[in-house]
Design a binder for this molecule. Structure first.
Ligand code: ADP
Ligand code: GN1
Ligand code: MG
Length: 362
């Protein structure tokens, strides 16, 4: 079936035979297939969910419905799930599972950070998101992808992909593979801290890159946190680190010219300021201590996931050309190697931002 026709058919579950004015691919997500649909002069986001990555769409939609209801009750702008005509949260069609959101108008998403102020607003938004979910009932959340940010397990998967070399691509990425191998002793800092209770388990977003926030087109302030597929129990360090790996880079995640990729310490400061301001002192000492490391770790983890997928034949992330995952992993490793040299400065920034929040008001 013609791909567009699949989406037209899926629309029937939500709109019956209403005429569809327009249907076009939208956004830069790596996981779901996203379409912008216009019906009766109203715009919607129609997504075919990636059921390889998310084998239980029921669980994903259960979490999203719960989390968005919770946020809306607190007056927050959030994703609005449009149910099917039969009242279901998504539709199962012969070509896949589809869900529909209202399009949040007058917003933009960034594929790389335009300026530090934008990252400050992003940090504030994710900090508020963290706060807003601190009274959400954990037991009502399904665990969508177990061990999602378990970096040692991600490393095991990487080692296996190297051993298998399923697509005979290893010879072309020996330097990148060595880069990951040489750092194998650095990957367990957050899982160890969680396991021994040194840092708390919280409800986290787990995919905090800048293009998962809708910013207001006029004010540039954050309007809504989107891509709620991976909201699960985790560490706030996953959210902080992942936001930095994407937002505090001077280039896009798939920039081929590595000279353009630098770790931007001003952007790091802006995000940390916004995030810690929104957390209003609820971060612990151990979490603060690990903030710089989390930025490095989430960057390495993402890089090794891209490289794993490259070796496995691009079976997980969507790619637009054969070396796309290899290009992506290189930007991550460039960033990680720059971060390694700036831990002290980063630590200083984080502690200064925390102190500012803890200072009693006069
Ligand atoms: P993926 O899981 O593939 O990353 P996302 O849910 O992040 O998919 O959606 C991809 C892109 O679509 C986002 O980066 C954003 O630009 C856009 N988008 C998603 N939902 C909405 C919405 N409700 N309103 C406006 N834009 C949206
Ligand atoms: C994926 O769905 P998207 O494009 O927002 C991935 C993240 C990665 C990110 C890298 C469920 O995010 O974990 O960090 O790509 N999401 C999933 O850009 O694996
Ligand atoms: Mg996304």
């Amino acid at each position: 079936m013609d791909p567009k026709e699949q989406y037209r058919q899926a629309c029937k579950a939500f709109f019956g035979n209403e005429p569809i004015a327009d249907i076009t691919p939208y956004g830069e997500g790596h996981i779901n297939t996203t379409m912008l649909v216009c019906i009766n002069s109203t715009r919607y986001i129609l997504q075919r969910m990636n059921t390889t990555v998310f084998p239980s769409p029921d669980d994903v939609m259960h979490n999203i419905y719960g989390v968005t209801s919770h946020l809306r009750a607190k007056g927050k702008e959030t994703l609005e799930v449009v149910p099917t005509i039969n009242g279901e949260l998504y539709c199962k069609h012969e070509t896949g599972c589809y869900r529909l959101y209202r399009f949040i108008e007058n917003t933009v998403t960034y594929q790389s950070c335009p300026d530090a102020k934008t990252l400050y607003y992003a940090g504030k938004a994710f900090g508020e998101f963290q706060n807003d979910l601190c009274d959400f009932e954990v037991s009502s959340l399904k665990e969508i992808i177990p061990d999602f940010h378990n970096t040692p397990k991600r490393f095991e998967a990487f080692e296996k992909a190297v051993q298998d070399d399923a697509c005979k691509r290893l010879a072309g990425c020996v330097g990148e593979v060595q880069f990951v191998m040489q750092r194998k002793n650095t990957y367990s800092g957050i899982v160890d801290a969680l396991a021994c209770g040194a840092i708390p388990v919280r409800i986290t977003h787990n995919d905090t890159k800048l293009n998962n926030i809708l910013m207001d087109r006029d004010t540039n302030k954050a309007r809504a946190i989107i891509d709620l597929d991976t909201v699960m129990p985790g560490s706030l360090l996953y959210d902080f680190g992942d936001a930095i790996r994407f937002g505090a880079s001077t280039g896009a995640e798939d920039e081929k010219e590595l000279a353009l990729i630098r770790f931007d310490i001003e952007a790091f400061k802006a995000y940390a300021d916004g995030y810690l301001e929104a957390l209003r002192g609820s971060i612990t000492e151990q979490e603060t201590e690990l903030m710089p490391y989390s930025a490095y770790l989430m960057t390495m983890e993402c890089g090794m996931r891209f490289l794993t997928d490259y070796l496995a034949g691009d079976v997980y992330f969507s790619t637009r050309y054969p070396d796309h995952n290899l290009v992506r992993c290189r930007t991550q490793f460039k960033l990680a190697s720059e971060m390694e040299k700036q831990f002290d400065t980063m630590k200083h920034i984080c502690y200064a931002a925390v102190r500012k929040q803890n200072k009693p008001e006069v």
